[in-house]
Write a new protein. Structure first.
Length: 291
């Protein structure tokens, strides 16, 4: 893993270029550089933009260049916590429709954040309890072979989701809700038999729909939040997801050993709870441009 991470680190500098944030550049009064970044992103996406420095100055004025200031550690911490102020969070509940969407999305991220690792983080252990021919225990090789197969089968799910999210009457919400429901169902089906082939089949199908669920959720979340508060809404979603994920091993460790499938049942219930929340999401973003 260390070697792979180091390769990614090198790729960051050698294979592609990351642009500076135009928002940061504008905050420093560096209009020309911000415009250049926008044009660079447009070129990367094989299009053009009408934005020029003159137009930007007409809209927002021509501020003087602000010098970069060095912040102390305490000032940096205060600035980070300021993003969670009422001024940032309040607009996410500005209307009844937006407020309902925000609350339901945070429930989705919270329940999935706990349900996902309850199954996936312990999947090798679940697979190792499977039985082979004649009821014999399977080897470590078979356990991790099945784990690898499950992971590979899940990959096409993300690719298929790219197309289903733009299908009429299905869209983002439909794709996300259907895949989440099926993920929860197949989690329960996984526990029916201890046969290793049976478990491999249902864990693979579950991984397929799970990748669809997570892929669309990641794309849908920033689409529904208004641009000025998109970072706050998405950041809180991720925060809830990670906090719930930290709790998952604690829950799994404290579930009685009487039923080894109990964590899978909890995971399935949490995923189905997310499905119910998705059904009531009032906003469909397919074919719409959000501001």
């Amino acid at each position: 893993m260390g070697a792979l991470t180091f390769v990614m680190f090198l790729s960051r500098f050698l294979l592609f270029h990351l642009y500076e944030s135009p928002k940061f550049l504008l905050s420093r009064g560096r209009q020309a550089e911000a415009i250049a970044v926008v044009h660079g992103m447009a070129y990367k996406n094989r299009t053009t933009t009408w934005l020029t420095e003159e137009i930007l100055n007409e809209i927002g004025g021509d501020p003087s260049v602000a010098a970069d200031t060095k912040l102390t550690t305490i000032e940096i911490v205060k600035r980070k916590f300021a993003t969670f102020s009422g001024e940032r969070i309040g607009p996410l509940f500005h209307t009844k429709k937006l407020g309902l969407t925000t609350g339901l999305l945070w429930i989705c991220w919270l329940t999935i954040g706990m349900g996902y690792p309850l199954f996936n983080a312990f999947l090798p252990q679940y697979l190792s309890r499977g039985k082979g021919a004649g009821g014999a225990a399977i080897s470590n090789y078979e356990t991790y072979r099945n784990y690898a197969i499950t992971s590979v089968v899940g990959v096409p799910g993300s690719i298929i989701a790219c197309y289903t999210v733009d299908i009429k009457y299905i869209g983002r919400k439909g794709t996300m809700a259907i895949s989440t429901m099926l993920s929860g169902i197949f989690l329960f089906l996984f526990t029916i038999s201890a046969d290793s082939n049976y478990q491999l089949a249902f864990s693979s199908i579950e991984a397929f729909f799970q990748n669809i669920m997570y892929g669309v959720l990641y794309a849908y979340t920033p689409e529904v939040f208004p641009a000025p508060n998109r970072g706050t809404g998405t950041g809180i979603s991720s925060f809830l997801n990670r906090i719930a994920g930290l709790c998952a091993p604690i829950i799994a460790a404290n579930i009685p050993d009487a039923n080894p499938n109990a964590p899978v049942f909890v995971s399935g219930a949490l995923i189905l709870a997310a499905f119910i929340a998705m059904v009531f999401l009032p906003i469909e973003t397919r074919g719409k441009q959000m501001l």
